[in-house]
Write a protein that binds this ligand. Structure first.
Ligand code: MOS
Length: 722
C-alpha cells in the first residue's frame, strides 16, 4: 500500500508550514491574553510596551486593528479579537504587540498593564448545572431534545417503569483541547492589494472567505495557502486569532507579519472540547431487548453559546433499536474559552456514557456485552424510515471477537501475577457525510496529470487520496499524478472535517476525470486530429480506435495542446432521501490494573471497522490508530483542569497528559470492506473520526472487568481505583 506522498517532506523538515514562511521586512506579533475570567477591561497602559526596544505597534480594544464580525458565521462562530472590552474567559486574546523580532514582541507584551473591572466567574460545569439552558437545534436543524414513544406509552418514565431490568447512572467527561502539534500561527503578506495568508487550516477557500469577511475585502483579494497542516481535528476549522491579527496588522503597518501562539496560549486562545455530564437510563426485557433509552446531556459552552457538544444527538441518529427514546441536550454557559468541533464531536464523549451504560446493562442481565449489542442492532436510526445504506456492525463484532480472543473472557477478569486483567468492548459509530467539493483534473502533454483542489490535508492523507483516486479514474499509475491542495486559488475543495474529504473530493475527482476524458476524445476526433471522425474509446491512459492507440500525451502533442482540464463538483444529493448513512465499528481492549499501585495500562487494542471502501489501507489504519489512541488518552490521561478563577492549571504538555509510546501497545486495526456506492461513487465513508468513538468506554469497561470498579467519569486516575 502506498505511503503518504508528503511523509518524506514532513519527517525531513522540508515541508513548509504556515510559520515557516519568511519575507524581507517581516515583523513579529505576539498575542496578549486576559488574566481574569469575567469582567471588563477598564484600561490598558501600553506606554512601557510602546517604548520597549523594537516595538512597531501595540493594539488593544482601545486602539484596535480593524476587524469586522464576519457576516457568515463559520461553524457558528463570528468572534474576532480586540473589538470590545468584554472579557468572558481567562486567557482571552485582548492585545497584539508587533515588533522587529519575536523576542522583542514577547517582552513588550509582558509590559502591557491591564486594569479590569472584575465580575465573579462561573467556570465549573458542576456549579453551572443549575443555570443550564435548552440547546438550540443540531447541525442538521433538528431539535436536540425530543422523545419517541411506542403507541400506548405515555412517557419515557412509564416505559422505564415497565422495563423488567433498568440501569441508570450519571457519567461525565473532561474538557480537552485539540493541542495540535503545530500551534495556531500565520504569516500575512500584502502585495498590490492582495493579501496572502499562510496558516494551517482545514480548508483554504473557507479561510480565504472568512479573512476577506473580517477585513471587508473582496474574496478575490485574499489568497490562503496551507499545503501542510500540523494537525487540526476541528481546532483549525475557523481562522485563528493569530491569522486575523497578522492579516489586519500587515495591512495597518504595510509589512509582512508573522504571529504564532505559544503552546500555553493554544489552550485558551483557541477553542476546545466541552466537558459533559450525561445521565442515562436503559430499560430492557430479561432477554436484553431494549424497551426504553433516556439520555440527558449537559455540556459546557462559552458565554457566547457558540457551540453545543451534541452528545445526545448522536444517540438519536445512530445507536440501538428501541421503541422508546427520550433525549435532551442542555448547555451550560461558563466563563471558559470557546468550545468547538473536536474529533468526533458529540460521539466521542457521548459514546463513553452510552457504551458504559450498555456494559452496565450487560452486567445487570448477566449477558455477554457483544450479545447484548447484537440483540439491539438497528436497521435504521430509531424513529426514522430510512434504512442504513450498508451496515456490517455484526461482522465487525464477530471478526473482532475472533481476532481478539473474546471467547476466553471471564465475566470477572483474571489475574496475572500482580496484575488484574480485564477486557472491554464498545460499539463505534460515526455518521457518513459529504460536503460540497470541486476538483480540477488536468491531462498534460507529458503524459502526467494534475489533480487539484483547494482543500487541506491536516495529516489525514488527503493528498495521497487525490493521487490514488485520480490514478484510478484516469486509468494510469499514481506516480503519473501530481496532486495539489491547500491553496484557495484552486477549485473550492471545502472542509477537511466531519470525516468527509475522501468521499467529497473523491467523488468530484471521478466526475472531473470522466469529463476530461470526454473532452480528450472530442479533441482527438476533431478535424485535423489523429482520430478524426473515428469512434474512439479510452483505456489505460490511451485513446483507442480502429486498432490504433495513442497515449493522451501523444494526442495532446499531436494537436499542439500543452494540456486539457475539467472541473468536477460533488455535493450531497438525492441519496439523502433514500438511505441513512453511517460508519460502524467494534472496539476491543485489554487493560491491566496493578493490584497494589492501581495503575491502569492498556495491554491490547483492536478495532474492526465498517467504513465502506478503504482507498489507502496504510493511511486509513494510521487514521484509525490515532483515533483509538485518542480514546485511550480520553480514558486515562487527558483533561484540562480549570481553577475557580478560570485559569487552566495544566495548559502545557507537562500537565496536560497525553499517551506516549510506552502507554500504547500494538494497535490492531482491521477493516471489513463493503464499498458503499449508495453513499457516493467512490464507495468510501471516511475514517477520520470513528476510530476514537467508543474506545474510552471500552477501556472503562475493561477496567470494570478487571477490578469490579465502575468508574463513570474520564479521565480515570489511580485514585478512582484505590
Ligand atoms: Mo473534525 S471535529 O470534523 O475537524
Amino acid at each position: 500500500m502506498p505511503s503518504r506522498l508528503d511523509g518524506p517532506l514532513k519527517v525531513s523538515g522540508r515541508a513548509e508550514y504556515g510559520a515557516d514562511h519568511n519575507f524581507p521586512g517581516m515583523a513579529y506579533g505576539y498575542v496578549v491574553l486576559s488574566t481574569i475570567a469575567n469582567g471588563e477591561i477598564e484600561a490598558m497602559d501600553v506606554t512601557a510596551a510602546k517604548s520597549a526596544p523594537g516595538v512597531i505597534g501595540v493594539y488593544t480594544p482601545f486602539d484596535p486593528l480593524e476587524l469586522r464580525t464576519p457576516s457568515l458565521p463559520m461553524f457558528g462562530e463570528t468572534w474576532v479579537p480586540l473589538q470590545n472590552r468584554d472579557v468572558a474567559y481567562y486567557g482571552q486574546p485582548i492585545g497584539f504587540v508587533v515588533a522587529e523580532t519575536f523576542e522583542q514582541a514577547r517582552d513588550a507584551a509582558m509590559l502591557v498593564d491591564v486594569t479590569y473591572r472584575e465580575r465573579p466567574a462561573l467556570t465549573s460545569l458542576e456549579d453551572g448545572l443549575a443555570s443550564a439552558e435548552e440547546a438550540p437545534p443540531g447541525f442538521d436543524g433538528s431539535p436536540q431534545t425530543h422523545t419517541l414513544l411506542a403507541s400506548g406509552v405515555d412517557s419515557i418514565e412509564d416505559a422505564l417503569a415497565d422495563s423488567p431490568v433498568v440501569v441508570e447512572a450519571t457519567y461525565s467527561t473532561a474538557t480537552q483541547n485539540h493541542a495540535a502539534m503545530e500551534p495556531h500561527s500565520a504569516v500575512a503578506v500584502w502585495d498590490s492589494g492582495v493579501l496572502t495568508i499562510y496558516s494551517g487550516n482545514q480548508g483554504s477557500d473557507l479561510q480565504a472567505m472568512e479573512v476577506a469577511g473580517a477585513l471587508a475585502l473582496d474574496p478575490s483579494a485574499v489568497h490562503a495557502v496551507n499545503p501542510f497542516v500540523g494537525g487540526a481535528f476541528g481546532g483549525k476549522g475557523r481562522t485563528s486569532t493569530p491569522a486575523f491579527l497578522a492579516a489586519a496588522a500587515a495591512r495597518a503597518l504595510d509589512r509582512p507579519i508573522k504571529a504564532a501562539l505559544s503552546r500555553e496560549q493554544v489552550f485558551t486562545a483557541t477553542a476546545g472540547r466541552a466537558a459533559t455530564v450525561q445521565k442515562i437510563a436503559l430499560g430492557a426485557d430479561t432477554d436484553g431487548r431494549l424497551i426504553a433509552v433516556r439520555h440527558d446531556s449537559w455540556c459546557s459552552t462559552a458565554m457566547d453559546r457558540s457551540f453545543v457538544e451534541p452528545t445526545s444527538h448522536g444517540t438519536s441518529r445512530e445507536w440501538y433499536a428501541t421503541p422508546n427514546l427520550a433525549l435532551s441536550q442542555k448547555m451550560v454557559p461558563l466563563n471558559i474559552p470557546p468550545t468547538t468541533f473536536m474529533r468526533a464531536p458529540g460521539e466521542a464523549p457521548g459514546s463513553f456514557a452510552l457504551e458504559s451504560a450498555i456494559d452496565e446493562l450487560a452486567v445487570a442481565l448477566n449477558m455477554d456485552p457483544i450479545e447484548l449489542r447484537m440483540r439491539n442492532n438497528s436497521t435504521a436510526p430509531p424513529g426514522r424510515d430510512l434504512q442504513w445504506s450498508s451496515k456490517h456492525l455484526d461482522e465487525c463484532f464477530s471478526v473482532g471477537a475472533a481476532r481478539f480472543g473474546w471467547a476466553s473472557r471471564s465475566p470477572h477478569g483474571r489475574t496475572d501475577g500482580d496484575w488484574l486483567v480485564g477486557v472491554g468492548t464498545a460499539t463505534a459509530m460515526f455518521p457518513a457525510l459529504r460536503f460540497p467539493a470541486s476538483v480540477e483534473v488536468t491531462l498534460q502533454a507529458d503524459d502526467t496529470a494534475v489533480v487539484a483542489t483547494s482543500g487541506a490535508d491536516p495529516g489525514t492523507g488527503l493528498l495521497t487520496v487525490l493521487s490514488l483516486v485520480g490514478a484510478e479514474s484516469l486509468d494510469i499509475t499514481p506516480d503519473r499524478i501530481t496532486p495539489r491542495l491547500g491553496d484557495s486559488a484552486l477549485p473550492p475543495g471545502g472542509m477537511s472535517g466531519g470525516s468527509t474529504a475522501t468521499a467529497s473530493a473523491g467523488t468530484a475527482i471521478m466526475i472531473a476525470a470522466s469529463k476530461v476524458i470526454d473532452d480528450l476524445l472530442v479533441v482527438a476526433t476533431s478535424p485535423g486530429s489523429p482520430f478524426q471522425g473515428m469512434e474512439t474509446s479510452y483505456a489505460d491512459g490511451h485513446v483507442l480506435a480502429g486498432g490504433r492507440t495513442m497515449t493522451f500525451g501523444e494526442v495532446l502533442r499531436a494537436v499542439g495542446r500543452p494540456s486539457i482540464s475539467a472541473i468536477g463538483s460533488s455535493a450531497p444529493g438525492e441519496e439523502m432521501t433514500k438511505h441513512s448513512f453511517s460508519s460502524f465499528g467494534a472496539q476491543f481492549c485489554e487493560v491491566r490494573v496493578h493490584k497494589w499501585t492501581r495503575e491502569a495500562r492498556v495491554s491490547r487494542m483492536l478495532g474492526v471497522f465498517d467504513a465502506g471502501r478503504i482507498i489507502n489501507d496504510k493511511a486509513a489504519r494510521s487514521q484509525i490508530m490515532g483515533g483509538m489512541i485518542w480514546g485511550v488518552s480520553a480514558a486515562l490521561h487527558e483533561g484540562l483542569e480549570i481553577e475557580p478563577n478560570g485559569r487552566m492549571a495544566n495548559a502545557d504538555f507537562a500537565g496536560y497528559l497525553l499517551p506516549v509510546n510506552a502507554d500504547i501497545p500494538e494497535v490492531d486495526v482491521h477493516f471489513v470492506q463493503h464499498p458503499d456506492t449508495l453513499h457516493n461513487a467512490v464507495g468510501a465513508r471516511g475514517v477520520g473520526e470513528i476510530g476514537t468513538v467508543g474506545m474510552a468506554a471500552a477501556v472503562a469497561n475493561a477496567i470494570y472487568n478487571a477490578t469490579g470498579v465502575r468508574v463513570r467519569h474520564i479521565p480515570i486516575v489511580i485514585e478512582d481505583l484505590l
